[in-house]
Design a protein around this ligand. Sequence first.
Ligand SMILES: [Zn+2]
Length: 144
Amino acid sequence: MSAAPETSRGTIMWWGFTRRCPRCGSGHLFHHYLAMVPDCPRCRLHFEREPGYFAGALAINIMATGGLFAVSFVVALALTIPEIPVVPLLLILVPIALFGPILFYPFSKTIWIAVDRGYLQRLDPSERADEHFGRKPGGRGPGG
Ligand SMILES: [Zn+2]
């Protein structure tokens, strides 16, 4: 009789940053670059626990891409002041602002799920039972 070993928070976060399932580490969580599967193909973890669940992913995406934009802007200004090259700067910063959130979108989702599972989640008893077996017996999760 062996229970599944507890996954460390570092491992959970690493799986999140590498677009893998934060429960089992499986990849292949996206149909296309932006389209995430509803459940993990290996452990059947249902990712969107409730409506609005991915608002946290939106916040992570805004912080990451906004942070990259702000740091790039400040560093470029600090390095070039007083002769600021406006056009080259725009050629770098505008694509960061436009495409950064799109490129980071899948990572923000898996990172959010990892943060939720690693640090925020307090499972109710039926969800805790599902964790032991690794699969949800029914089609729907509790509270859904
Ligand atoms: Zn999984």
